[in-house]
Design a protein around this ligand. Structure first.
Ligand code: MTE
Ligand code: CO
Length: 423
């Protein structure tokens, strides 16, 4: 009896609170009022009664067993085999701006090269005064820098060009990660070799079985590229190019050659070997968009989204997502609840770093009616993330690469989210 009374009065309090203006959080609205004895409070739980693992049990720590679902995932039908394939970062399970090393999506053309760093070398040859070979120890004798950058595959969101396809932000937007790199500025290694005056391009090459290469303008190489040895404070993971990878800030992921073994300096871009070029983003573009390296501003709501529905019902609700631009920072993100009729400025939280992921939030009081959620990033150059229709108008129906269009999630009364497009 008294339980019921407690419950109904707390429920009244909750509903009363819901009438308040958005933003003014009344005391007691967001937790359960004490409705009676709760065994999770009144009873001793197993973990309170027995000793736990000691400090020797977990020499390299892993997430809680209750987070085992937070993993990279593959979409089997997307590619013919797992060696030349891709998996996706679980963006809907993440917070802040840094991608943990074990969750960074992987894109390999010929699988992961497992390299003994003692047997790895970096060669710089071509239009240089002194062709050089560096050991990994040599590289650690150059001054190094720490910088945070996103890496986005140019094919990210590529399946969504013609219309809504994949039902989850992990699959529509998960070919991206954001990492603190420690690395040697490529400029210092090139200066050590002495770049000749007629040089204009570099050709980094990977040591994996695909021997992946990409032509990169020398200007970019001398500006902000890094030869990275570490990610998020530890050595690069084998999946991400251990022992060294090229970091090409703000530019498409394909250029960030992993397992970097050679850099050739030349005076013009290379014609890429057929067996690698058929996979590279560059040559699959029409001629008009041949050199489209920068990743334009983009954002997406990560929660709620199809893999992360609203389960708590109406009332105070947190929307969050990420935004990034290959041209600078993201000072502002707007969020709409009604498919673009009304836009609200989101709250940015966390470091705002050049060519890095940004985190945004929008808190509101959900009335339980269907929503059409979208986010729109505006970068530090003033560029505004376009709608998918605006992109298609400009680039046609048949593109795959560089889809930075606005994403829509439809939320129904039960809180379920679906990938849709609104006109
Ligand atoms: N480098 C080598 N050597 N081999 C590769 O297959 N894939 C490229 C690039 N560098 C690749 C590579 C592509 S297409 C992308 S999108 C990024 O690496 C992916 O980097 P990641 O695996 O760290 O996510
Ligand atoms: Co790629």
């Amino acid at each position: 009896m008294s339980d019921d009374k407690e419950f109904s009065s707390s429920r009244r309090r909750f509903l009363g609170g819901a009438a308040l203006a958005t933003g003014a959080l009344a005391a007691g609205r967001l937790a359960h009022a004490q409705a009676g004895p709760d065994p999770l409070i009144t009873e001793m739980q197993p973990w309170q009664q027995y000793l736990g693992d000691g400090v020797d049990a977990r020499p390299y720590g892993m997430p809680s067993q209750y987070e085992a679902h937070v993993v990279r995932r593959n979409v089997e039908w997307l590619t013919a085999d797992s060696v030349s394939s891709v998996n996706f970062t679980p963006l809907h399970e993440m917070e802040g701006i840094i991608t943990p090393n074990g969750l960074c999506f992987e894109r390999h053309h010929s699988g992961i090269a497992e390299i003994d760093p003692g047997m790895h070398r970096l060669m710089i040859n071509g239009l240089v005064d002194n062709p050089l070979v560096f050991t990994m120890e040599d590289i650690m004798r150059f001054p190094r820098e720490n910088r945070t950058y996103f890496l986005e595959c140019a094919a990210n969101t590529g399946m969504e060009w013609r219309g809504a396809q994949l039902n989850g932000v992990q699959f529509t937007h998960g070919m991206i990660h954001n990492v603190v790199y420690t690395g040697v500025p490529l400029r210092l290694l090139l200066e050590e070799a002495g770049v000749q005056t007629n040089a204009a391009w570099i050709l980094p090459e990977g040591a994996d079985a695909s021997a992946m290469t990409r032509s990169i303008p020398l200007e970019k190489a001398l500006d902000d590229c890094l030869v990275a040895t570490h990610m998020n404070g530890e050595r690069l993971r084998p999946e991400q190019g251990y022992p060294i990878r090229l970091v090409v800030p703000g530019w498409e992921g394909n250029m960030w050659v992993k397992w970097l073994r050679r850099i050739e300096v030349g005076d013009q871009p290379w014609h890429h070997r057929e067996e690698t070029s058929k996979y590279t983003d560059l040559l699959e573009h029409g001629e008009a968009r041949r050199f489209t390296w920068v990743m334009d501003a983009k954002s997406v709501i990560t929660n709620p989204s199809p893999q992360a529905p609203i389960t708590h019902g109406p009332g105070p609700t947190v929307i969050t997502g990420v935004a990034w631009s290959g041209r600078g920072t993201i000072p502002r993100v707007d969020v709409t609840l009604d498919g673009g009729v009304n836009w609200h400025q989101a709250r940015m939280s966390g470091p705002s770093l050049d060519k890095s992921m940004h985190r945004f939030y929008y808190e509101f009081d959900w009335d339980g009616r269907p929503l059409l959620l979208q986010s729109r990033a505006i970068d530090s150059t003033g560029y505004v993330q376009p709608t998918k229709d605006q992109l298609r108008e400009f680039r046609g129906e048949n593109s795959i690469y560089h889809n930075n269009g606005i994403q829509t999630w439809a939320i129904d009364e039960s809180g379920r989210a679906e990938n849709v497009e609104v006109g």
